[in-house]
Structures are given as structure tokens and as C-alpha cells.
Design a protein. Sequence first.
Length: 108
Amino acid sequence: MKLGDSCPLDGCDGALHRISGAVLAEVAAMPVTLHSPTLPKALLKAPIPTAGERAALVARDRAHLICPICDAYALGAEFENGAPIEDATGRSTTIHEIFDARDAARRG
Ligand SMILES: [Zn+2]
């Protein structure tokens, strides 16, 4: 799987985005459930390790693939500031911009 591919989760229409290891470690340090099938398996397994343990599992020196639809909440959808992620063109975006674009596309 690579950047821009469709999310492999059945029924999800998200496209895979890139998240830096440093940002993913920040996201993983929050008490939220992570779902993207492209994330390191240890981050997803139940029972969920504590947030601190999970952040320690993230390789910070490389980027990871994340589905912004599967992990909308973890990426800050319900908060003012979304975690920075990159789309398939390398542009920095947030879950809020992705949702806005989807809404606009839906309205036509
Ligand atoms: Zn997904």
C-alpha cells in the first residue's frame, strides 16, 4: 500500500495520507482508539496499551500511512486544530480540510 491508495478497510472510502512519525507519536499519546489498518499493528491491538506505551511504539524517524476517515477522531475532527497530514500530492492538510472538500464534492 502506498500514499493515495484507497483505504484497505471494507466499506471505507478514505484515501491513505502520510503522517510523520513525530505527529503520529503525539496522536498515539492521546487516549483515543486508532483504526487505520496501515498503522503499526501494535497501535491497534486490543487491549489498547496505555497512551504513553503506545507513543513509545511509534517509529518517529519515518512517516506512516494513515486513513483520515478511519482515524478522523484521533486526527482532531472534533477539536479546533487537526493534526497535520499530507495528501497524495505532498500537500499538508488536516481532517477538517478533508471533510470540507468531501462536503463540497457532495453538494456538487
Ligand atoms: Zn479508512
